[in-house]
Design a protein around this ligand. Structure first.
Ligand code: NAD
Ligand code: 6OD
Length: 496
């Protein structure tokens, strides 16, 4: 029997994906190939927006703000967002196939996390925008008549949304939905590695009647291409970006000239702390998930696992056994781990596997590339890897790798665990495994990160603040925090 491949059901096979600008599907002279990380096949080609097309998108967005969209109330806007969610759900099989084709991620993950979360993002922000109240303050005045202050929430204007490739649809919609809920006009640029689910979203926006220019989609690369032209465009008001910290710095430089509002969700080098009093099975299963989910390509993944010394050897042995048992394979094969996003990213991760050896780490499992003896050998598969024995100043312990690898090390006290976890230039997330309620609160508060999970990992309530400190980001998204970023609050003071 022939093994099913993602391109069997890929809805955009062989297409030349256009951009969406001012309600029109637009091709451009330049195009690039979208390559499957499962077997190296070309899935489709994609129009690369040049600076002129970027400018056209900005003008279209600006015009949309002056048109009927700018006069629509929150109720009508949110009704439209719910229609977007409904349409994503109606077409979820296509979205799942598109996401899988671009990323090689497992059917299980795409169908239970990525695509449902995309629809949920639109519903959640429709609900949140409906629930947002204005502030109102009465004040006294010398004449005794007083004054009334109330706040208005206005759109920021033209918003650029720039997304990465690891959770393409989840992360794009995480920003597009609140931006639209607040009445902005959006220009979305998905990663060049993952254009397909965004292309389907553009179709959905047109289907449900989002007015022309309100949602624009530009495909292309980052530096010296579409992304850079977009973030340096003087008439873009705000940028919501998720991606690497170094890219965040580059975007900040581009955006500085016109002082744009920035929301950055960046890289991480996240720690898991496993205390000796933890529920062993829960901590083990949770750590397997936090290290290897999406082949280690989640910004929240744990790349540093610290275990209290009495538990260390037992925990590491069990973790290694679980890692060895993980099945690597294509998205439709019931595997635990798909490929990395691309051969280029695999080269980067493999360079860290080599570096771990050079830095005198002991490779407990993995460390290489699996051999399939079929088309998958042309893909970007890699082995899950656990390393021990590295110094805390080793590059493998300090730099974000973004692959299925962690370093394990023991700790002797709660104080030392906190110190080790915080000794990093990043500060996105941490996982703490303990059965002590007091320790849970104490350690959680001491973590220098934006998000701590105690006895779980990547458990999400979309109303909560999400973001990082240090190199991991600027600002918070999630819930009312997103609505605050995508709105200009304006005070009106009425003298009575
Ligand atoms: P990346 O920074 O390389 O690219 C992200 C996006 O930015 C892409 O669309 C790319 O085309 C664009 N881009 C690149 N250079 C640009 C420039 N100079 N100007 C404008 N746009 C530019 O990131 P990636 O490799 O796609 O994603 C992986 C990274 O993202 C990891 O570092 C990961 O930790 C991070 N990430 C963070 C979060 C979070 O919530 N904190 C979530 C997911 C991923
Ligand atoms: O769940 C989310 O809202 C979110 N922004 C997740 C980010 C995952 C990083 O790869």
């Amino acid at each position: 029997m022939r093994m099913p491949t993602p391109s069997d059901s890929y809805p955009l096979q062989g297409a030349r994906l256009p951009c969406l600008v001012g309600g029109e599907l637009v091709q451009s002279p330049a195009a690039f190939e979208n390559i499957s990380p499962v077997d190296g096949r070309v899935l489709c080609t994609v129009a690369e927006a040049d600076a002129a097309l970027v400018d056209r998108a900005v003008q279209a967005a600006r015009a949309a703000l002056r048109g009927p969209w700018g006069r629509l109330g929150t109720v009508e806007r949110c009704a439209l967002l719910r229609k977007v969610a409904d349409a994503i759900e109606r077409r979820s099989a296509e979205f799942v196939a598109a996401e899988i084709a671009d990323t090689g991620k497992t059917l299980q993950q795409a169908s239970t996390l990525d695509i449902p979360r995309g629809a949920a993002n639109f519903r959640a922000y429709a609900d949140l925008a409906m629930a947002r109240a204005s502030e109102c303050y009465e004040m006294g005045t010398a004449d005794g008549r007083g004054a009334l202050n109330y706040s208005l929430h206005k759109p920021v204007g033209v918003v650029a949304v720039i997304a990465p490739w690891n959770l393409p649809f989840l992360l794009l919609t995480w920003k597009v939905a609140p931006a639209l809920a607040c009445g902005n006009a959006v220009i979305a640029k998905p990663s060049e590695e993952t254009p397909s689910s965004a292309a389907l979203l553009a179709q959905v926006m047109q289907e449900v009647g989002v007015p022309p220019g309100v949602f624009n989609l530009l495909h292309g690369f980052g530096a010296n291409s579409t992304g850079e032209a977009l973030v340096s465009h003087p008439d873009v008001n705000a940028i919501a970006f998720t991606g690497e910290s170094a890219t965040g710095s580059a975007i900040m430089r581009s955006a500085a000239a016109s002082v744009k509002a920035l929301s950055f969700e960046l890289g991480g080098k996240n720690a898991s702390l496993v205390f000796a009093d933890a529920d062993f099975e829960a901590a083990l299963a949770g750590t397997v998930r936090s290290v290897f989910s999406n082949c280690g390509q989640v910004c929240l993944c744990s790349e540093r696992v610290y275990v209290e010394r009495p538990l260390f050897e037992r925990f590491v042995a069990a973790l290694t056994e679980r890692a060895r048992a993980l099945k690597i394979g294509g998205p439709y094969e019931g595997a635990d781990l798909g490929p990395l996003i691309s051969r280029a990213h695999r080269d980067k991760v493999l360079s860290y596997y080599r570096l771990a050896r050079a830095e005198d780490g002991e490779i407990l499992c993995g460390g290489g590339v699996p051999q399939f003896d079929d088309a998958r050998d042309r893909g970007a598969f890699i082995e899950p890897t656990i390393v021990r024995g590295l110094r805390e100043d080793a590059r493998c312990v300090r730099e974000e790798i973004f692959g299925p690898i962690c370093h394990v090390a023991p700790f002797d006290s709660e104080e030392q665990a906190v110190q080790l976890a915080n000794d990093t230039r990043y500060g996105l997330a941490a996982a703490v495994w303990t059965s002590s309620l007091q320790r849970a609160h104490r350690v959680a508060r001491a973590m220098e990160v934006g998000i701590v999970w105690v006895n779980d990992w990547f458990l999400r309530d979309l109303r909560t603040p999400f973001g990082g400190v240090k190199l991991s980001g600027i600002g918070r998204e999630g819930g009312m925090h997103s609505l605050a970023f995508f709105s200009e609050a304006m005070n009106v003071c009425i003298k009575l």
